[in-house]
Design a protein around this ligand. Structure first.
Ligand SMILES: NC(=O)C1=CN([C@@H]2O[C@H](COP(=O)(O)OP(=O)(O)OC[C@H]3O[C@@H](n4cnc5c(N)ncnc54)[C@H](O)[C@@H]3O)[C@@H](O)[C@H]2O)C=CC1
Ligand SMILES: O=C(O)CCC(=O)C(=O)O
Length: 434
């Protein structure tokens, strides 16, 4: 080496296995468990329970395509933990779904359900498929075959799926119908997020975005950030991102940037989410909306905003962008959007992060209401649902914020302390032997 050469490795010279941005989804969860373990006292004895999913099912999903050929898709259902009740969590259709991802998503469900004190464990499912490439009929056949394959382990008292990325009420209707045919009775309680006419709950469609708003608004109050005119940037404009943007907008905040899989738009004057949604539905893309400028994908992270809402996929906030973000508050609509190293960097910068396992718990909370309504065959008004949801989310936020202050930790660690304590208390009380 000559004297002019820099002896320190540059970013691209770091071997991939040492690059914190390269961490896998389940490794992120394991790191989060490591961080909470010192706060668990005697329950740390049981911490290994959290690191091991209770049950994993990998299934082959063969279907006839419209052209007469047969395609095979890989599907998963992971039940991470059932100490506090049946497994509960969504089903994702995406071309990049992996077992590690579904394991992480199911583990985050365990933490989330305990964080808001729902009587559930955690589960999650997925199929590695790009749904944009298949017709509605093909997706129905994929869904029905997948439901039959995982029918071994799901059920209203065992494991209750729900929507996630690229799945929705129609997917849940097919799942409910297939499961019901297989068991010989109509079992509405086997999935949540169904159409309202099939035992679905009023308020479920907006529930996750509403919870993002409620927890975000609580955090803003604690931080002294006014809602009126607050600058908001949203990544992901689907079930969660669109509803969150719309509800913040309705409360006087200004949506300055939206990014989805098709592109990124920016407007200093603010974007009306309803107009953006109509444009997206009509044109198939978010870009090209009148009164907005198109940004390069990576420029989204430089947008001047007070609140950033990642509501797309995992691992979006990394060491490559966390340092340059302007937001004072991040409200995680998505599951797992922030890698642990970026979490540390944000904490050092004084950025408050409302973690996924609290911020996006509104969806599963109304799923719980739906499940209860299906069991009792007695349905509540939308006002009752929204009032109960708001109360649960506000009370959870306030008590978890107190834990954060008491232990002088991040809000994520505070949520993990409370949630993991609840899960492991149940584990310890139940004991190990039949
Ligand atoms: N649907 C629900 O009730 C809940 C969803 N979540 C989480 O919220 C996130 C979003 O889920 P949904 O809104 O249900 O899904 P969705 O399928 O309705 O919408 C996903 C959105 O993300 C965008 N997107 C996908 N890839 C992207 C990329 N590379 N860059 C930018 N945008 C991208 C899509 O264009 C779309 O706007 C996921 O992490 C999911 O696990 C969490 C709790 C409940
Ligand atoms: O509504 C549910 O049961 C689960 C929603 C979900 O998958 C999630 O919260 O990530």
């Amino acid at each position: 080496m000559t004297a002019t050469q820099d002896p320190k490795p540059t970013q691209h010279e770091i071997p991939s296995y040492l690059d914190p941005n390269n961490i896998g989804p389940y490794e992120i969860f394991l790191e989060q468990v490591e961080r909470v373990t010192p706060y668990l006292g005697k329950l740390a004895y049981w911490a290994e329970t959290l690191k091991r999913p209770k049950r994993i099912l990998v299934v082959d999903v063969p279907v006839h395509l419209d052209d007469g050929s047969v395609a095979h898709f890989e599907g998963y259902r992971v039940q991470h933990n059932t100490s506090r009740g049946p497994a509960k969590g969504g089903v994702r259709y995406h071309q990049d779904v992996t077992l590690s991802e579904v394991m992480a998503l199911s583990a985050w469900m365990t933490v989330k359900n305990a964080a808001v004190n729902l009587p559930y464990g955690g589960g999650k499912g997925g199929i590695r498929i790009d749904p944009r490439k298949y017709s509605t009929g093909e997706l129905e056949r994929v869904t029905r075959r997948y439901t039959t394959e995982i029918g071994l382990i799901i059920g209203p008292e065992k494991d209750i799926p729900a929507p996630d990325v690229n799945t929705g009420p129609q997917t849940m209707a097919w799942m409910m119908d297939t499961y019901s045919m297989n068991v010989g009775r109509t079992a509405t309680g086997v999935v949540t997020g169904k159409p309202v006419s099939l035992g679905g709950s009023l308020g479920r469609a907006d529930a996750t975005g509403r919870g993002v708003f409620v927890t975000g608004a609580e955090a803003m109050k604690k931080m002294g950030l006014p809602m009126e005119g607050a600058r908001i940037a949203v990544q992901g404009f689907g079930n969660v991102g669109e509803a969150a943007a719309r509800i913040f907008h309705e409360h006087g905040a200004r949506i300055v940037a939206i990014q989805d899989v098709t592109g990124t738009i920016y407007s200093e004057a603010g974007i009306d989410p309803a107009v953006a949604l109509a444009h997206l539905r009509q044109s198939g893309k978010i870009t090209g909306l009148a009164g907005t400028d198109e940004l390069q994908r990576d420029e989204f992270w430089d947008v001047d905003c007070d609140v950033l809402i990642p509501a797309a996929l995992e691992k979006q906030i990394t060491l490559a962008n966390a340092g340059r973000m302007k937001a004072k508050l991040i409200v995680e609509g998505a599951n797992g959007p922030t890698i642990p190293a970026a979490d540390d960097l944000l904490a050092d910068k004084g950025v408050v992060v409302v973690p996924d396992v609290l911020a996006n718990a509104g969806g599963v909370t109304v799923s719980y209401f739906e499940w209860v309504q299906d069991f009792s065959s007695f349905f509540w008004t939308e006002e009752e649902i929204n009032n109960r949801l708001d109360r649960i989310m506000q009370e959870a936020f306030r008590s978890l914020w107190d834990v954060k202050e008491r232990h002088n930790v991040t809000l994520r660690t505070a949520v993990y302390i409370v949630a993991c304590t609840r899960v492991l208390e149940a584990r310890a009380l139940r004991g190990l032997y039949p």
